[in-house]
Design a protein around this ligand. Structure first.
Ligand SMILES: Cc1cc2nc3c(=O)[nH]c(=O)nc-3n(C[C@H](O)[C@H](O)[C@H](O)COP(=O)(O)OP(=O)(O)OC[C@H]3O[C@@H](n4cnc5c(N)ncnc54)[C@H](O)[C@@H]3O)c2cc1C
Length: 381
């Protein structure tokens, strides 16, 4: 069925498929960003963890399966092929964990990875501030040394914190140096949000979800043991996390291939008015090819990584591609739905979220600047 896959990988695929088939929750599930949705997703992800499917590529000792990156891609393909939803634990498992595994201390890995996979802890990302988005190095939230307590006191505000309302922990960047030092004066902290010196305020969204938060710090404590990657090293550590966010870790091809396959099904099962529309036919074919192209490009990335290479500015190309692909797939779906698109809860909500793809994880304009300067060697504007 997958002639180019190694026998071990084919067996792995069948094992994943069978387990998901037997254990799949009732679908569709409510949003991961609502009070109703979070407990339902937690229950499902706990089950994934119990089956040791929560983070297949992690080492066995932290609840993974020591699976290869290729097998992780296979898992993702099967996961989305089964119609399963994005993960409530995604910011921990897909953004923080690769950085923890690479740069964390043994103690940090021991304390956090298992609990993250078991969704005992839910992590959010605390980077953006009201006056520091694209220009992240200008952030002002600060960490002040508390020698006596053996750690740091945090002050300031983070914003746009996805699922911040429901999270127990945050990986955040704070200024430990002077503002003039910009990216050299930052430190990356692992923060317990359940402290009286932290206020989490929900931010209402147009789509009705309430998972966004503003997070205020007024002397919250973080111990030295929870500095990730060293004091003053925050930018380097954050860029490792951004690499995961922009490249294969957060948005694997499986998600887009599943959407493109659904478009093909919708097109095939549509009436004559759909099948006779050349524009629709073309859009569906383009979507399918674009999703396959993303898979091939990702395969190239994995080959590069598994043969000892690393990713740098290439992650920006990946981010621009998947975010534009997601919009195009949803636009095609809405075209196929015609006048019913307005009331198609699933694709319409998906479309609204897809529109934010070119903004989060670093805007596409910024990614294009990175591509221009670092990959193409063009002069700075
Ligand atoms: C759905 C969603 C989820 C998010 N989740 C999180 C989260 O969990 N944690 C977190 O920390 N943040 C989160 N963010 C925030 C996100 O990282 C920022 O919105 C993003 O970095 C842009 O910053 P900004 O909104 O301040 O826009 P600005 O930086 O003010 O940019 C405004 C516009 O100007 C453009 N621009 C700015 N500088 C340049 C330049 N030098 N060259 C060309 N164009 C430029 C930008 O591309 C953009 O179009 C989220 C955002 C969204 C939409």
């Amino acid at each position: 069925m997958f002639p180019t896959e190694a026998p071990d990988d084919q067996a792995f695929r069948m094992q994943v498929r069978e387990w998901l088939h037997r254990n799949k929750p009732e679908l569709p599930m409510p949003s991961t960003e609502t009070a109703d949705g979070v407990p339902v997703h937690l229950e499902w992800e706990r089950k994934l963890h119990e089956g040791r499917w929560a983070a297949v590529s992690w080492p066995d000792q932290y609840g993974g399966r020591d699976a290869s990156l290729w097998q992780w891609l296979i898992f993702e393909e099967e996961y989305y092929r089964a119609g399963l939803p994005q993960r409530v634990a995604q910011n921990g498992i897909f953004l923080l964990a690769p950085t923890l595994l690479e740069l964390g201390t043994e103690d940090q890995k021991e304390r956090y990875l298992q609990r993250m996979a078991a969704v005992n802890d839910l992590w959010c990302q605390g980077w953006s501030e009201p006056e520091a988005g694209s220009d992240l190095a200008s952030l002002r939230s600060r960490a002040v040394r508390d020698e006596e307590a053996g750690g740091w006191r945090l002050y300031g505000q983070k914003c746009w914190t996805t699922r911040g309302v429901y999270c127990s922990h945050m990986f955040g960047i704070f200024r430990t140096g002077t503002p003039e030092e910009r990216h050299r004066g930052l430190t990356y902290f692992l923060i317990d949000l359940k402290q009286p010196e932290i206020t989490v305020r929900p931010v209402a969204r147009l789509d009705g979800d309430d998972g966004f938060a503003d997070v205020f710090f007024d002397g919250a404590f973080v111990a030295d043991a929870d500095v990730l990657g060293g004091v003053g090293q925050g930018w380097r550590v954050a860029m490792a996390t951004a690499g995961s966010e922009r490249s294969l870790s957060l948005r694997s091809p499986g998600r887009f291939i599943a959407s493109a396959d659904r478009l093909i099904d919708q097109y095939r099962s549509g009436g004559a008015e759909i099948r006779d529309d050349q524009r629709l036919r073309q859009a569906v074919a383009d979507s399918w090819m674009a999703a396959r192209a993303y898979k091939l490009a990702t395969d190239g990335t994995v080959s590069q990584l598994t043969s000892g290479g690393n990713l740098s500015a290439e992650a920006s190309m990946s981010k621009v591609y998947w975010s534009e692909l997601d919009v195009a797939l949803h636009e095609t779906a809405l075209m196929l739905r015609g006048a019913d698109a307005e009331i198609d809860e699933e694709w319409m909500r998906g479309y609204q979220f897809a529109l934010s793809g070119p903004i989060y994880a670093g805007t596409n304009e910024i990614q294009k600047n990175i591509i221009a300067e670092r990959l193409l060697g063009l002069p700075r504007p």
